[in-house]
Design a protein around this ligand. Structure first.
Ligand code: NAD
Length: 352
């Protein structure tokens, strides 16, 4: 199989394949771009049907990390690793140690962290073999949360700051009385709801499980709605905090909100949705920009000298970056997702 002719290949610097028979490990690391610094990106373990599918994922995701790091003002590049296999059936400590040796073999060009199928305990196992493993512990934290390596509190705070800045730009308003519909009451969605409640927003929440909804109703005075009703609500903001592709041809016609700002990855079913949103007068906060609080958190945890305050200030830059995107999108009459990509490319190709 050719990597250079692969449709997802985009000037990737380094793609490495690794096999450790004894440990049962088959894995790929892709380093997309290191102009701004060493590549950071999670390790995903997934039951890919074949190595072609795994290669597709690692090429696509590593490129996404370059864009994300550039927009988050990080001195980092983009990379990703994938392990082929079912994490519930095939994962062993020996396999994680083998993965640690694989990461180590790139000599610091690539740092790994958590992604689907990989837990902090797996990273700790990898870290016995390599110093290039991030997200194994946490020194700094946001707003009194116990630092345990889970970046969700920082992601939620970044989404809150970004949502506030999007509302200021699009609706010329602060958050008091603003109606926000949150899709997904998980690690990020619930914390976002808490921030919004404290800022005086009126909340509408949904999930496919009742626990988070019930808590939001009783603790934050939120209104519970059915998952299928979230798009058509008469609200100011929709915050997708569940799964990808929630903005698609089916849901877009129902949307009455003028702002879309949430944590989920890959919110647009396809890139052209950006132009369709713009035509409808809906301001979309590009997902990989607004949800970068987690990667900023991981970066600060790795720094020798940082502080809660420095991490918080860095996360707050998300609001400034979004305004830069919105202003340029209006000036050039372009979709915000396209403008974000162009600014990211400018940043990582014209390194300072
Ligand atoms: P999570 O799994 O804790 O929460 C997701 C919630 O969405 C769950 O409660 C789930 O029941 C709910 N859900 C799933 N399908 C739904 C549907 N159709 N309708 C309504 N609710 C539904 O995940 P999380 O850590 O809170 O992350 C939320 C999103 O943000 C994900 O897309 C994730 O990739 C993205 N993200 C998370 C982080 C982070 O730091 N955790 C960082 C960047 C991006």
């Amino acid at each position: 199989m050719s990597v250079f002719d692969h449709p997802e290949f985009d000037k990737h610097e380094h793609v490495a394949f690794y096999h450790d028979e004894e440990a049962g490990l088959k894995a790929i690391i892709a380093v997309h771009n290191t102009n701004l610094g060493p590549a950071l990106g999670g390790c995903r373990m997934w039951p890919y049907i074949n190595s072609a599918e795994a290669l597709n994922d690692v090429l696509r995701l590593s490129k996404g990390m370059t864009y994300k790091a550039a927009m988050a003002n990080l001195k980092l590049g983009g990379g990703k690793s994938v392990i082929i296999g079912d994490p519930r059936k095939m994962k062993t400590p020996a396999m994680m140690r083998a993965m640690g040796r694989f990461v180590d073999s790139l000599g610091g060009k690539y740092f790994t962290a958590e992604d689907s199928g990989i837990a902090v305990t797996d990273l700790q196992e990898m870290a016995t073999q390599s110093e290039f493993i991030a997200g194994t512990s946490a020194k700094y934290h946001y707003a009194g949360e116990t630092p345990d390596g889970n970046p969700a509190p920082s992601t939620a705070y970044g989404v809150f700051v970004g949502l506030r800045s999007t509302v200021e730009y699009a609706l010329n308003s602060d958050l008091k009385g603003i109606k926000v519909a949150i899709q997904g009451m998980g690690h990020v969605g619930y914390r976002l709801a808490q921030h919004l409640h404290n800022a005086g927003a009126q909340l509408f929440v949904t999930d496919i499980y009742p626990d988070g909804i019930e808590r939001a109703v009783s603790e934050l005075g939120a209104t519970a709605v059915a998952p299928e009703d979230i798009y058509g609500l008469d609200v100011d903001v929709i915050a997708p905090c569940a799964m990808g592709a929630s903005i698609n041809d089916e849901t877009l016609p129902d949307i009455k909100a003028k702002v879309i700002a949430g944590a989920a990855n890959n919110q647009l079913a396809r890139e052209e949705m950006g132009e369709l949103l713009r035509k409808r007068g809906i301001v979309y906060a590009p997902d990989y920009v607004i949800n970068a609080g987690g990667v900023i958190d991981i970066y600060h945890q790795r720094m020798e000298q940082s502080s809660n305050e420095a991490m918080r200030t860095h996360i707050e830059e998300i609001g400034i970056t979004l305004k830069e995107i919105f202003e340029r999108a209006d000036k050039e009459d372009k979709a915000t997702n396209r403008v974000a990509n162009v600014i990211a490319q400018e940043r990582f190709t014209n390194k300072a």
